[in-house]
Design a protein around this ligand. Structure first.
Ligand code: UDP
Length: 193
């Protein structure tokens, strides 16, 4: 992938397959890696929120969610390689994880939604290992992180909405033993809807 920047935020201009390969690749970092999908909403929020702006700037990877962003990056001379959003990544990620045997943890959305999404994912991807799921209305971060770590999940999908999900990953990634945490917004609602 090509490293570029838009509105002061670095991103990887990737094909979806390359993005998934990175997510699933072995990491030599001592912390769980972060990956965010940058869309017009994130850019707007980050413009008024210094904490979010800093978190997006220090993410391990930012992918460009094409809707609304294709033109913005074109203005800085970048032709988007793909529309790299969480919704389109999910099926490719699950197919690859069926093959690799890596496991997934779903964190976020209203009680019951992550569990329902997990069940639907297993129906579509029978060999997918879902390590666990937890809703997104919690206050005890450490208890949730303990559950993630005990599940031995490799990949964590964090659906807490922006900016909470990006800030949560940034704040907690040094305690999470998974390989990568992705911020996926309303994905579980969408998927189980
Ligand atoms: N959410 C959550 N915990 C919170 C706030 C929100 O789990 O404290 C969930 C909410 O239930 C929904 C998702 O985060 O499933 C956010 O969806 P939305 O479409 O608002 O987020 P966006 O994609 O716009 O960031």
């Amino acid at each position: 992938c090509d490293a570029r920047s838009v509105f002061g935020i670095q991103f990887s201009n990737c094909q979806m397959e390359e993005a998934v390969t990175w997510v699933l690749s072995a990491s030599n970092l001592p912390v769980c890696r972060s990956a965010y999908f940058i869309n017009a909403n994130s850019i707007n929020l980050a413009a008024d929120d210094d904490a979010l702006f800093s978190v997006l700037r220090r993410s391990n990877r930012n992918f460009i969610d094409g809707s609304g962003m294709r033109l913005a990056v074109k203005k800085v001379g970048v032709q988007l390689a793909d529309n790299c959003n969480g919704t389109d990544m999910l099926p490719i990620l699950c197919e690859q994880m069926e093959k690799s045997g890596q496991s997934l943890f779903l964190l976020g959305a209203k009680p019951g939604v992550a569990n329902k999404a997990a069940k639907l994912l297993i129906q579509s991807y029978p060999k997918l290992k879902v390590a666990g799921a937890h809703h997104g209305y919690f206050s005890d971060d450490d208890a949730v992180i303990k559950q993630i770590n005990e599940s031995q999940a490799d990949i964590v999908l964090v659906a807490l909405g922006s900016p909470r999900q990006e800030l949560w990953i940034d704040q907690n990634k040094h305690k999470i033993n998974a390989n990568c945490a992705l911020a996926v917004g309303g994905l579980f609602d969408f998927f189980s809807g």
